[in-house]
Write a protein that binds this ligand. Structure first.
Ligand code: ZN
Length: 216
């Protein structure tokens, strides 16, 4: 599996296209909003002759969902989230204008994902991890063969997701990181929703919020 990262919208949100040698792909957290961002994403998909099979959200804060409607309608694909993110998603249209995204259009999910589910496309299977704390129904997607975790806003290079938004909870987030993310092999590459990639091993020893040396 290969992963292409795009950084979109004023929140500098990371949008991912995961794909494999079969040519099938999934789009994760499309934050594209303006025409240039949408064109950049489409151009990559077309240049690589990819067939988009699914639209996935790790969670449904505004910066991660701005391009949902565009991707869902352009490729006519099922859209999957965790059920506990539905209220988070449905709230976006009530505040999108306040953030300057007056043209935001809501897309609603077709199915719900839960811990332990597998999301499949081409020859690739992604394992769903339930990682609440930053958002109530936050999930991550883990690809075991390449040790890659698409982790949304749970953990960042030397930082963690904020927990002051509705449904957020600090202790729950730390628990998700230590019990689920840190249970993955140290060499696991973490692809976060903002900023650079990092590894589980690196954050285990040096993350100032959740390193295993820190006691609560
Ligand atoms: Zn978020």
């Amino acid at each position: 599996m290969k992963i292409q990262t795009f950084t979109f919208n004023p929140f500098q949100e990371n949008t991912f296209v995961a794909y494999d040698e079969s040519g099938e792909a999934v789009v994760i957290d499309p934050g594209c909003y303006d025409a240039d961002e949408k064109a950049e994403l489409v151009q990559f998909i077309e240049n690589n002759r990819l067939t988009v099979k699914l639209l996935l959200n790790t969670h449904c804060h505004i910066d991660h969902v701005l391009g949902n409607d565009f991707i869902k309608s352009k490729y006519n694909v099922p859209f999957l989230i965790h059920e506990k993110e539905l209220p988070v998603l449905m709230a976006v249209k009530s505040y999108s204008s306040n953030y300057g995204f007056a043209l935001y259009r809501e897309a609603l999910p077709d199915r719900f994902l839960k811990e332990g589910d597998m999301v499949s496309f081409g020859n690739t299977h992604l394992q769903v991890l339930f990682l609440p704390g930053h958002a109530p129904g936050h999930i991550g997607f883990y690809h075991k063969p390449t040790h890659a975790l698409l982790s949304g806003d749970v953990i960042f290079e030397s930082s963690i997701g904020r927990t002051d938004l509705p449904g957020g909870d600090y202790n729950t987030l730390i628990q998700s990181i230590r019990q689920k993310v840190f249970a993955l092999p140290d060499e696991t590459i973490v692809y976060p929703g903002h900023g650079n990639t990092t590894t589980v091993g690196e954050e285990k020893v040096s993350n100032p919020f959740c390193a295993l040396s820190i006691t609560e």
